[in-house]
Ligand binder design. Structure first.
Ligand code: PQQ
Length: 243
C-alpha cells in the first residue's frame, strides 16, 4: 500500500511564504508596540528613553552570542564564512579592538543619552522581563533547527524601516540626544537589509515542505513575541527601575 499524500498540504510557492511572513510582521512586529508608538510621537521622558537604551543593550550584547550558536549549526564552510560576519558586525572586526562594532556604537548611544558605559556593561538595571525575553531568544537559537533559528532573525525584514522612523523621530522630538548616538541605527539600516535578504534566501532554500514553512512562521512569530515582551517590560517598569 502506498503512503497517502493527500493528508499533507502542498508547500506554498516562495512568494506566498514571503507574503505570509510580511502579513504576520505587519500585525505583530514591535513597530506597533505602544512604547515604540509613544517613542515616535515624542511622548517618552528622558528617563524612559534611557531605560529603553539600557535594556536594549542587553538584547544587543546577546545578538553575537545567538549568531555564534547558529554558526555552529551550519555544516558548510561557505555558509559559516558568511554568517560569521554578523558576529563581527557587533563585536568588531577580528583583528581590531571592537571599536568598529555595533556593541561599541550602542555604548556610544548610551553615552549620548547620558548613560555611563560602565553602567551598561555592568548589566545593572536590566529588567527581569528583558532578561527572560533575551534568554528566550538565545535558547531558541541554541535548541531549534538551523531553519527555525535563521527564520527567527527574519524580523530584520522590518527593522530598517523602523530604524529610519526612529532616527527621524529622535532628531525631531529628542534633540537633547547627541547626534553621534544615532550612528548605531544609521549603520544598522544597511546591515539589516543585507542580513534579512541573506536569511530569507536560506529559508527559501531550506523550507521545502509545508511543515517546514509552518515552522518558519512559528519561529518568526516567536521572535516577534520576544521583541514585544521586551518592550512590555520596559513600558511597565515604572520610574523606580531607573535608579
Ligand atoms: O531596533 C530594532 O527595532 C531592532 C530590531 C531587530 C529585530 O527585528 O530583531 C534587530 C535590531 N534592532 C538590531 O539592531 C540587530 O542588530 C538585530 C539582530 C537581529 C537578529 O535577530 O539577528 N535582530 C536585530
Amino acid at each position: 500500500m502506498s503512503t497517502p499524500t493527500t493528508d499533507r498540504a502542498p508547500a506554498w510557492p516562495a512568494a506566498e511564504l514571503e507574503d505570509r511572513l510580511r502579513a504576520l510582521g505587519a500585525e505583530r512586529y514591535h513597530h506597533r508596540h505602544p512604547f515604540n508608538r509613544r517613542m515616535h510621537e515624542g511622548g517618552l521622558t528622558r528617563a524612559e528613553l534611557r531605560r529603553w537604551v539600557l535594556n536594549r543593550f542587553h538584547y544587543q550584547r546577546h545578538i553575537p552570542v545567538k549568531d555564534a550558536l547558529i554558526l555552529a549549526k551550519l555544516g558548510d564552510g561557505a555558509l559559516r564564512r558568511s554568517w560569521v560576519r554578523r558576529v563581527h558586525d557587533h563585536d568588531g572586526a577580528p583583528d581590531g579592538d571592537g571599536r568598529d562594532g555595533g556593541i561599541e556604537r550602542w555604548l556610544r548611544l548610551g553615552e549620548a543619552v547620558g548613560l555611563d558605559r560602565a553602567v551598561l556593561l555592568s548589566g545593572a538595571g536590566v529588567l527581569p522581563g528583558v532578561r527572560l525575553a533575551v534568554d528566550g531568544y538565545v535558547n531558541f537559537c541554541r535548541n531549534a533547527t538551523r531553519l527555525e533559528a535563521v527564520a527567527s532573525s527574519l524580523t530584520e525584514l522590518f527593522a530598517p524601516d523602523l530604524m529610519a522612523t526612529r532616527i527621524a523621530a529622535w532628531e525631531h522630538h529628542y534633540p537633547w540626544v547627541e547626534p553621534e548616538g544615532l550612528r548605531y541605527f544609521q549603520v544598522r539600516v544597511g546591515q539589516g537589509r543585507r542580513d534579512s535578504e541573506e536569511a530569507l534566501a536560506l529559508v527559501h532554500a531550506w523550507a521545502r515542505t509545508r511543515d517546514d514553512q509552518e515552522r518558519v512562521l512559528a519561529a518568526f512569530t516567536f521572535k516577534c513575541e520576544v521583541l514585544w515582551s521586551l518592550l512590555d517590560a520596559v513600558e511597565h517598569a515604572g520610574e523606580a527601575a531607573d535608579g
